[in-house]
Design a protein around this ligand. Structure first.
Ligand SMILES: [Fe+2]
Length: 187
């Protein structure tokens, strides 16, 4: 499964730099999730979480100028078409922000079909949470919980509160060692 996911990133990425940026981000999200599973003794299927972390942003390669927020549904569609199990494909469409509701889609007029895009299973929730601590900016950076909270507040206090609830539940990952290992600054 892991090999197939990596090969798909390789196949779809526009160039080597994009492959490196996106796939390294996915590996970092797994490193964060793995740390949380270990430190918090989380009762999740670790192999499924790993597949979800590595696959969650595969739709970024398919944007072709479309709004970034569409990467989730594009990735989910593609993985289903390519015969990946639905439980893996779902990570793509269910990791954005701290969970997008139908109400968010309507009120913010997001370019998505009306519906809920919430992380539902324990594995989906963990991938969504771990993803918030690293950003594929140029240069890529690790984000503390405080930095991410400041970012998400723009989308409303409800989102910031939902994230705070997850920080309470999972704890904040230790990012210093990961920042050193991957050579991305911690902001
Ligand atoms: Fe991501």
């Amino acid at each position: 499964m892991i090999t197939r996911i990596r090969a798909l990133h390789r196949e779809l990425a526009a160039d080597d730099a994009t492959f490196e940026l996106v796939y390294t981000h996915c590996e970092i999200v797994w490193a964060i999730a793995e740390q949380l599973i270990r430190d918090r003794l989380l009762a999740v299927d670790a192999d499924l979480v790993r597949a979800g972390c590595l696959a969650h942003d595969v739709g970024v390669h398919l944007l072709n100028g479309a709004a970034y927020i569409r990467h989730g549904i594009l990735g989910e569609e593609l993985l289903r078409e390519r015969g990946f199990p639905a439980e893996v494909a779902r990570f793509c469409g269910h990791h954005t922000g701290v969970g997008l509701t139908r109400d968010d889609v309507e009120r913010q007029q997001l370019p998505l079909p009306p519906g809920d895009y919430l992380a539902e299973t324990p594995e989906e929730r963990l991938v969504m949470y771990a993803d918030k601590f690293h950003s594929k900016t140029d240069p890529p950076v690790f984000l503390t919980a405080a930095t991410f909270t400041a970012r998400i507040r723009r989308f409303g206090d409800g989102h910031a509160a939902r994230f705070a609830g997850m920080v309470d539940e999972y704890g904040e990952p230790d990012l210093a060692a990961l920042a050193a290992r991957f050579g991305h600054p911690l902001t």
